[in-house]
Design a protein around this ligand. Sequence first.
Ligand code: ZN
Length: 142
Amino acid sequence: MKDKKIIAYKSDRVKKIAYNLRGLIRDVTMSEWSRLGKEKEKIRSGKIKVTSLNGRLVLERTKCRDIEDERSDLYRALGNSICICSGCHQTDRDMYYNAAAEGWYCTLCVQEYRDFYHKKKRILDQGGFVGDFDEYFHKTFL
Ligand SMILES: [Zn+2]
């Protein structure tokens, strides 16, 4: 994949379908993420019994860890997908892939990152203090 790539739909109909599909994928993913969290809590609290020849306590921990790994995988996959903006988590915007930042960002966030970079860089160049500013990250959007 290129270092930077923009996905922008010209047709309003295609745009609506794509945005609805992204929202649907986000909702289904987060629903499963929540369901797994509730299942983990039920196992942890003893409401769901996990039995094994090796002993219940060890298996509960293992099962809870497996569930948490699955939740993390789901969340990471959604966050790395084009379905949501890595900056604002919106699903209904043109998207921009930034390989250096390893993520998809909506074009509004990209413009904000660019503006923020220029604003902070101007202050830095004049010898000022800018506080918490990740110059490398923001520069990847230029
Ligand atoms: Zn965004």
